[in-house]
Design a protein around this ligand. Sequence first.
Ligand SMILES: [Zn+2]
Length: 373
Amino acid sequence: MKKKIRLKKSVLKKLKVIGVIFCIILAIFIFYSVQIHSLTSLGYSKEASRKILFSFKKEYVLSVGKNETLNAAFESDDYKEKYCDQYSKIEYQDQDHLIRNINTLIEKGYSNNNISMILAHGNDQDVTLFAKRDKINYLEEFFSVPYAKLRNYDRYVDYSNETGEDDEMTVLAVNLDMDKEDYVDPVIVSQYSTDMLVNKHRSLTEDFEPEDLVSIDSEYAADDTQAGARIAVNAFISMYKAAKKEGYDLVINSSYRSYQDQVELCDSYRQLYGDNYVKNYVAQPGFSEHQTGLSFDIGSRNSNIFAQSPEYEWIQENAHKYGFIQRFPSKYEAITGFRAEPWHYRYVGKEIATYIYENDISFEEYYAIFLDD
Ligand SMILES: [Zn+2]
């Protein structure tokens, strides 16, 4: 009987110990969960929150609040405690080596603002390469232009030294490859879209054809051989009808031209007017917008000189409403690389055409600012 009681007592003691340990573990677990929750509810990931707790940075992080760069830092193996405060002041970018690159840039002596600026002007690879360079002073020189690219930095310096152009024009020109020779080493454009850019630095392939190529009824054209992308042809017909209602008579003189058509066109102009004329007025095969099916050379049925016709005045004020822009106005010769062509219109859609009309910029500028990646 005594034995039994003793046994019971020792079991009870053991149970008590186990109970106390269990309660301590439970308390720790609850405490830990509450701590983690205070961080995750702020927007920090579980992984980052754990690291914040174990590096005793919770109070600091709570004082900063939600911060994506800080979250990325605590998630990263590259986290360095001494840069903790700087991480929180640098603008976050979704880049694979973000924290490693920030560390390198801090070590190079860049300010937090400069680092934010560097990160915003390139992708992960661009930033990684840039971080390896010696420190560049006066980053603002080019990178205050929102669409400046880190990878073009040396070309900006060369171009602005050579031409004396201001920062904005330098960035624009280099991003558009205007520092390279015309027709040499172009970007190959193979994807059809109504906002595609084709010029002396951006070439279509020999077999490129527009989407939904349709022939143009001779009611709207100088002859029955004309064709274009359906969307542009329909837009032209709407514009034609609107002009007609007001007493103006538009006509398409030239439209879609295949690569081979452009080869033949260049040859015939060369024989007639010589190399110089072709260089200034006729795009080389692959470099003509006419191959996109989105460009039309427009004339007036009432006048041989379109630029002096009432139709020209009308179209200048109305083309954008139908999605067309005058592609090569004289004021943009330096940017487009083509002498003025008052007759050449390009379909880009109403939204872009209206923006270009209202802000008085070239399509090249529009592309560099909004479409280039
Ligand atoms: Zn043309």
